[in-house]
Design a protein around this ligand. Structure first.
Ligand SMILES: NC(=O)C1=CN([C@@H]2O[C@H](COP(=O)(O)OP(=O)(O)OC[C@H]3O[C@@H](n4cnc5c(N)ncnc54)[C@H](OP(=O)(O)O)[C@@H]3O)[C@@H](O)[C@H]2O)C=CC1
Ligand SMILES: CC(=O)[C@](C)(O)C(=O)O
Ligand SMILES: [Mg+2]
Ligand SMILES: [Mg+2]
Length: 491
């Protein structure tokens, strides 16, 4: 792709940028939001990230207003309602951009080039432009006016949960970066740090990263474990339970709320804790299923990461942009027509433990997806801390959206970029797992093992427990969760 910035770099520089990742201890944020005091923050776009980040920043004491495209204001669109119903000032580009010290570009990635092109002439000399994803700078090679500071503050989390975790008194892991070609006053880092405090990110963990490291990991996480695996897993598990005669309402509820329940265990204690919530026979079964799934899916995870690294994914998605999002909209409509999406959760009681005992396959899918995504990202040069946030920690946050309104809510809350990648993965993974699913019965999805004798072989159990605890995602996870003193229970 002619203007893919990453592809213009020598391998040495590509590797250096991919490896940019330093965990910033909360003690590195003594100044809080003070670097933003007296500065006008004008957010373009009041969608998933725009509304959540603006509300957090205002609650943290920042001066936030929204500028929306004229049509959104004239037609009083949902984004206009989001901003006005929450008491924010809303103005046109001409009214608000010239007054802005920081412009937060929170429009869809597809719109970044036209939006930034439209607003740049209106930005005052020496102002700052921020992004929450590196796509426009890295995959499109957007050039920004030299006097402008360009930063990134990227929450590793869907917009709704950026707000929900902040309200709970916690936050979400956040990657920050300063675009090296645009830091004329050397204030980029101070602004990005203050912005990360304003959204609450410093309470969960902030990584000093790069636009390249963020985009190459974010695209991978969202296409595979975070959205793709949960979508494919939902559809396969639901159809299998129906095929095996499980009540449709029960099957729907087990999946809709099961991801959130089993991944809450993941959030608190890693893959180990999630599997420790199973009986010994179920744990060994989940482990064996996940090993089988990793073997089958590893080539798919490698292909997604390879296509992200060399720009093939971006070219494919941007071709759909140029074709009026035909694929995105078609796949969105297809998803809405699936049996899982069309079957409401039944009015049936399922205990927290039952979600584990009757969802052994779901636990196996989460383990396989988290480990594969982590392994594939780190093999591509992404540092473990970043891979952890982008795989294990964000999975429960995505699962929270499915618990609300199934795959519809997940795909409506994540970015269009993530949604597109999710469908790409799902289209490839459904047939890939077809043979595997033939061997699946209700003992691992829907009914549970119901064993009279829960005895197991000691040597095998010891082997499984050791393997769980020794995966690299567990080591880095233990360190990073140690910094999450403010984490709050959700389930
Ligand atoms: N969704 C998420 O959870 C995450 C998103 N991100 C990143 O955050 C950024 C924003 O994504 P997201 O919050 O999902 O976006 P949404 O699709 O939720 O919101 C888009 C907003 O931008 C406005 N908009 C759309 N097109 C234009 C245009 N041509 N000109 C001006 N405004 C426009 C929309 O207004 P209108 O009402 O007029 O359509 C709406 O207010 C992206 O870079 C994304 O990658 C990062 C992390 C997570
Ligand atoms: C929610 C998030 O982090 C995603 C999946 O990367 C996105 O929505 O782009
Ligand atoms: Mg993300
Ligand atoms: Mg994303």
């Amino acid at each position: 792709m002619s203007n893919n910035y990453f592809n213009t770099l020598p391998l040495r520089e590509q590797l250096a940028q991919l490896a940019k990742c330093r965990f910033m201890d909360i003690s590195e944020f003594p100044d809080g939001v003070s670097a933003l005091k007296g500065k006008k923050m004008v957010v373009i776009g009041c969608g998933a990230q725009g509304l959540a980040q603006g509300m957090n920043l205002r609650d943290s004491g920042c001066d936030v207003s929204y500028t929306l495209r004229a049509a959104a204001i004239a037609e009083k669109r949902q984004s206009w309602k989001n901003a006005t119903e929450n008491g924010f000032v809303v103005g046109t580009y001409e009214e608000l951009i010239p007054t802005a010290d920081i412009v937060l570009n929170l429009t869809p990635d597809k719109q970044h080039t036209p939006v930034v092109t439209a607003i740049m002439p209106l930005m005052k000399h020496g102002a700052c432009l921020s992004y929450s994803h590196g796509f426009n700078i890295v995959e499109e090679g957007m050039k920004i006016r030299e006097d402008l500071t360009v930063i990134m503050v990227a929450p590793k989390c869907p917009g709704s949960e950026v707000r929900n975790e902040y309200v709970r008194g916690f936050g979400v892991p956040t990657l920050i970066a300063v675009h090296e070609a645009n830091d004329p006053k050397g204030e980029g880092l101070a602004l990005a740090k203050a912005y990360a405090v304003g959204t609450g990110g410093h309470k969960a963990g902030v990584l000093m990263s790069s636009f390249i490291a963020e985009v190459k990991s974010d695209l991978m996480g969202e296409q595979t474990i975070l959205c793709g695996m949960l979508q494919t897993g939902s559809l396969l598990c639901f159809d299998k339970m129906i095929e095996e005669g499980i009540d449709a309402g029960y099957a729907s509820k087990l999946i809709q709320f099961g991801w959130e329940t089993v991944t809450e265990a993941l959030k608190y204690g890693g893959v180990t804790n999630m599997l420790d919530r199973l009986s010994n026979p179920a744990k060994i079964k989940a482990f064996d299923l996940s090993e089988e799934l990793k073997l089958i899916m590893r080539p798919l995870y490698n292909k997604h990461q390879d296509d992200i690294i060399d720009g093939t994914f971006s070219r494919t998605m941007m071709a759909d942009w140029a074709n009026d999002d035909v694929n995105l909209l078609g796949w969105r409509a297809e998803t809405a027509e699936t049996a899982f999406e069309k079957t409401p959760a039944g009015d049936v009681e399922i205990s927290e433990q039952e979600y584990f005992d009757h969802g052994i396959l779901m636990v196996a899918m989460v383990k396989a997806g988290v480990e594969l995504a982590f392994e594939t990202m780190t093999a591509a040069g992404i540092v473990a801390d970043s891979a952890y946030y982008e795989s294990l920690h964000e999975t429960p946050l995505i699962a929270n959206t499915i618990a609300r309104k199934k795959l519809y809510e997940m795909n409506a809350t994540i970015s269009d970029t993530a949604e597109y990648g999710c469908y790409l993965y799902n289209h490839a993974c459904l047939p890939l797992l077809a043979d595997f699913m033939k061997g699946i019965k209700t003992d691992v999805i829907g009914k549970g093992q119901d064993l009279a004798d829960t005895g197991v072989d000691n040597a095998r159990l010891i082997e499984v427990n050791a393997a769980l605890r020794s995966h690299p995602v567990e080591a880095i996870g233990s360190v990073l969760r140690g910094h999450m003193a403010d984490m709050k229970k959700i389930v």
